[in-house]
Design a protein around this ligand. Structure first.
Ligand SMILES: C[S@@+](CC[C@H](N)C(=O)[O-])C[C@H]1O[C@@H](n2cnc3c(N)ncnc32)[C@H](O)[C@@H]1O
Length: 228
């Protein structure tokens, strides 16, 4: 029997130059899930209560495919798995990686700017949402001129896209059940302002783990809705 804490990383390849190749931030998610998902619970949530999982900004699909691998080794974990990205190339790349890991059309993919192209019946569906967003501050001179900018450019302060996501995500969380949103932040942004904005949106924010990478600290966080 494969144990969750020794589940390997998914096999990932990427032939598309604009797609974000997994890095320290991507592995912060996988490392946390390996430690915190137990045979009967997902970071404290009963595994059988998890109906739908979304990996927003999926890139190569690494996080969504990891969930699919988990599903294949633990029958108690049987959610529908969704993944989306604004880039068509990411969706093509993630689908190839899904097949590379011996899953065929198990994950539902959407090419979408955040939730724009999601069907409305997915509202109030998700127990678990992950988003490794573009989180670096931009400059007023740089908009999204190149596709690869979608990987890093979080807006002038670095967190505008994340805040837009968190506003929209409220509609898609299943608030009747236990739920979490996991996201990554960088010390290159003003984390005090970001935390205040997140609280204003009605989320409880916990920092789970931190790692130092080149010129910044990157942190994995877990959010829960406090109120409607
Ligand atoms: C830092 S990368 C993370 C990729 C992957 N999840 C990982 O952890 O390796 C950020 C991803 O968010 C996507 N993205 C950027 N803006 C987006 C938006 N408005 N809607 C959906 N995805 C977006 C990018 O294309 C990119 O794939």
């Amino acid at each position: 029997m494969i144990l969750i804490d020794s589940l390997p990383d998914p096999l990932i390849e990427c032939d598309f130059e604009n797609v974000y190749y997994p890095s320290e931030d991507s592995f912060l998610f996988l490392d946390h899930f390996r430690k915190s998902i137990k045979p009967t619970n997902f970071d404290g949530i009963d595994l059988q209560e998890v109906d739908a999982v979304l990996d927003m900004g999926t890139g190569t699909g690494i996080i969504a495919i990891f969930f699919q691998m988990l599903k294949s080794i633990n029958k108690r974990f049987n959610p529908r798995i969704y993944a989306s990205d604004i880039l068509k190339e990411s969706i093509l790349c993630a689908k190839k990686n899904e097949t590379r890991n011996n899953f065929t059309s198990q994950i539902t993919f959407y090419q979408s700017d955040l939730f724009t192209n999601f069907p409305s019946n997915l509202k109030t569906s998700f127990n678990i949402i992950t988003f490794n967003p573009p989180y670096l501050p931009s400059s007023e001179f740089i908009k999204h001129r190149k596709k690869i900018d979608y990987s890093w450019n979080g807006g002038l302060f670095g967190f505008e896209l994340l805040l837009r996501f968190l506003k929209e995500a409220k509609l898609y969380l299943n608030l009747k059940k236990e739920h979490y949103i996991y996201y990554v932040s960088s010390s290159k942004t003003d984390l005090d302002i970001l935390n205040k904005e997140i609280m204003k949106l009605g989320y409880r924010n916990e920092m789970l783990r931190k790692t130092h990478f080149f010129f910044e600290d990157i942190c994995l966080h877990r959010l829960r809705r406090l109120r409607d």
